[in-house]
Write a protein that binds this ligand. Sequence first.
Ligand code: SF4
Length: 469
Amino acid sequence: MMKVSGQQGWLLLDPPSSVGHARRASIREKENAPNAPFPSIDLILLSGVIREAGFSPIYLDAQIRRWSWEQLIARAPGLDAVGAVSLVSSGRLDEELAQLERFKRALGGALYVVAPISLSLSAERCRALMEQHPWLDGLILNIAENDFGPLIAGNQTQPRNVAVRIGNDIHLPSAAITYVEDLHIPQPVHAIFKDSRYYFPQTKHAPVTCVQVSFGCPYRCEFCLDNALYRRMSYRRVADVIEELVEIDRLGFREVYFKDLTFGLNKRVTVEFLEGLKSRKLRLRWLCTTRVDVATARLLTLMRQAGCYGVEFGVESGQQRRRALNGKPIPDEQIHEVFNRCRQLGIETTAFVIIGFEDETEEEIRATMRFIESLRPDYVSYNVLNALPGTPLEQRARAEGFLQDETNNHSFAASNLRHKYLTPEQLEALRSEAVRSFYRRPRTTITRLLRLRSLFELRKLVRLSRAAL
Ligand code: SF4
């Protein structure tokens, strides 16, 4: 843990978790399996905010260190921080807040929590939570636009997008996000996140870190919660992001994961960014997530020239009708074309797939498996549809009577829906079969072995396949 001497420290905490690295939304192959661990973009972005406020950001990932709550709490006084910002898991909020209260007492400083999206969307729930936990100093409601820096610097008492106490009252911003024309994101302090234990599922070379260029997604996929917080797209200044990447390269990172929900949406901004990045000739390689109908031939070519080695696509289903119903009315041929183009350009592909729509049959799921096979992606993530709180899907499932379980695990590892034709056990068996059949195919294994470029990558593949199978 690094700290700039002379400045007071603020801790950025990824606390112990009983659910693996689920907070980072990485590829999750099965319940309780270890996910690919990489640092949270929220904490990375907050590191710049804290530095700009005149403090020294300190980063602590208790999961990567395999610390228990007891170990973390025992070390709290030695962390030398005047305050902390912690992540929490939405599915384990009560349990983790109870532990964070103990941690705050041991730390002896302020404690703020980055609110999970479903919480940020409900002012009533934020208020109730703050009332229920009088020890909690506040909730950061969104990361792109907030006055957390001025708040901790003592220059702002009614901060934008941060719920705080003012005397006996609770200040709750009227909306989870206010938009500004010129988005200001202070340069993150990537040096404190450098750890050779981090990797992405697709990583070739460590160390890795995350960057975000844009916030929001204008699409309306029914199951998606990520798009709910920012209803309008906001973009960082291209020059700032390039400066950040130059610094990341200088620090010796080898790979970057762009955490934009849909990379490349604004063609003007993206072309300016990719051409600027290409001209810097960095050693860094990167991957991102986007939609098939955003990935034009020109965009993919530019991305490749600017260092892109992998793209994640939400294919969702092998059924065009089902994709259309879920916000991606993209024809089969277009998906094939984009996956083929990526292959020609030397860009690896990851297909995100959802099974377990409420009226999906076994035959449909098998057809999806065949469709995914025909795309020949390099990685596949099979997920089970779960109606996350706050999504249009949850509302419809409740209205139409197929929401089975109100207690939600907040991930796509298991379903809370009542399925018309499949039991939860049949669904899980199909998901498991889909993962195994993809990753145990001789073609997948041979391709992987032929492409191995480092011992690091070999170790990572062994770890991931153990988790997946
Ligand atoms: S395109 Fe992706 S991020 Fe946007 S709404 Fe659909 S699933 Fe969510």
